[in-house]
Design a binder for this molecule. Structure first.
Ligand code: NAD
Ligand code: MG
Length: 408
């Protein structure tokens, strides 16, 4: 190996949830830079054919699926194509690839609490970890950040708002170090978390009970998976992001202001003590934050279109309406109470969104389910991941009972 190739050794990437929307954007950026990146592992849950196609293109060392039947199917198709990829099964295999020595960077693109254990494993291993999967940060973000501090893991948020905030903070800021080293964030007056307002920002409120799953997943600006699209429609996504921001940047909820900005051109802002407001702008394309994280500390091509300021013409801003979007208020309440509340909030939301997508409850029942779950699974702190999983389980059971009472 020459000195030059040693210095420029390819970064070995593990993409958890590669068959989803974040996975698509990540593999698109990786595919643009074959000289920089190689794929170590991919994972998929249901869309097995898609996982096979990705394996044939990127030739990862490992592919992880959720059950034996899927593993059998993937192995059969890969063998038929003579690929060397090893197929592994289950949550433990996700954790195993996430903390493997040969990995340089993990991208977490699994949706929901299903990504919790692998996120924690990657952080404990001290890898560079690009976090899109926000639910683990909502559930036990303080532990994840503390583990990163201990292991030296570099966390870069991929959620477009948090990536924007990260880019607007001083270069010396590190997730986990910021709140303790102090100096960096003492100069920050507030964080302005932007929100598109989703597809129902201007819909008459009396039409909300008739909103269908197909309408709720049709986001005006972003193309995303079904769960986060519904979260954007209820604005729970912004609520989860409020908690995510508090955890990642070590601030309290009253330091984060949600600003509706329907054009999704500014992806969030940081206001400093002197009154300067630093914003990150760009087209609504997840390849931008993903390329930022993958290339970090360099800047690399993402494939996203340049912003055309002459086309833009104007940028609008509004205050969020919490009577229209009660999920945002519920999330703020959970952020303020902290402890186990965000775990309960997240679990109830996952159950309610599933029930809505399956056509079992109405759009407004999502907030009702979450509120009633928060009212009954109350208070307290968690000590370890077992506590978190236990509270998650209790909350899911309670939410399912509440959903049953709401089915008409
Ligand atoms: P998606 O539904 O498109 O993809 C989800 C991925 O997770 C798929 O690869 C799927 O196979 C895998 N998965 C689902 N359930 C699983 C399980 N039980 N076990 C293992 N794997 C499982 O979702 P997405 O839109 O890509 O979102 C992924 C995460 O990123 C979410 O947490 C979301 O909030 C966050 N995020 C997404 C976007 C976006 O633009 N899509 C933006 C910001 C943050
Ligand atoms: Mg976001």
């Amino acid at each position: 190996m020459t000195i030059e190739t040693e210095i420029h050794r390819k970064k070995r990437i593990c993409v958890l949830g590669s068959t989803g929307s974040i996975g698509d954007s990540t593999l698109d950026v990786i595919g643009r830079h074959p000289e920089r990146f190689s794929v170590f592992a991919l994972s998929g849950h249901r869309r097995i054919d898609k996982l096979v196609t990705e394996c044939l293109r990127f030739e990862p060392k490992y592919a992880v699926v959720s059950d034996d039947q899927a593993a059998h199917e993937v192995r059969k198709q890969l063998d038929a194509n003579g690929t060397q990829t090893n197929v592994l099964v289950g949550t433990e295999a996700l954790e195993w690839v996430a903390c493997h020595d040969e990995v340089d960077v993990i991208v977490t693109g699994i949706v929901g609490a299903a990504g919790l254990k692998s996120t924690l494993a990657a952080v404990r291993a001290g890898h560079q970890i690009l976090i899109a999967n926000k639910e683990p940060l909502v559930m036990m973000g303080h532990t994840i950040v503390a583990e990163a501090r201990r292991s030296g893991a570099v966390i870069i948020p991929l959620d477009s708002e948090h990536n924007a905030i990260y880019q607007c903070l001083p270069d010396t800021f590190e997730v986990g170090a910021g709140s303790t080293s102090g100096a960096d964030l003492n100069s920050v007056r507030r964080i302005l978390l932007t929100a598109s307002g989703g597809p129902f920002r201007t819909l008459p409120i009396e039409d909300f009970p008739r909103i269908t799953p197909a309408e709720a997943v049709r986001h005006p600006n972003w193309s995303m998976g079904r769960k986060i699209s519904v979260d954007s429609a209820t604005m729970m996504n912004k609520g989860l992001e409020l908690i995510e921001a508090c955890v990642l940047f070590g601030v309290s909820p009253d330091h984060v202001e949600v600003v509706i900005h329907p054009q999704s051109v500014i992806h969030s802002m940081v206001e400093y003590l002197d009154g300067s407001v630093v914003a990150q702008m760009g087209s609504a394309d997840m390849r931008i934050p993903i390329a930022h994280g993958l290339g970090w500390p360099d800047r690399i091509e993402s494939g996203a279109e340049s912003l055309d300021f002459f086309d833009l013409a104007r940028l609008d801003f509004e205050r969020p309406d919490e009577t229209r979007f009660p999920c945002l208020a519920l999330a703020r309440r959970a952020a303020e109470v902290a402890g186990i509340s965000p775990i309960v909030l997240n679990a109830a939301n996952e159950i309610a969104v599933d029930a809505f997508l399956e056509g079992r409850i109405g759009f407004l029942d999502i907030a009702t389910t979450i509120e009633r779950t928060l009212d009954t699974v109350r208070g307290g702190q968690y000590d370890c991941i077992e506590d978190v999983l236990n509270i998650d389980d209790i909350s899911r059971r309670r939410s399912r009972q509440i959903v049953d009472t709401l089915i008409t």
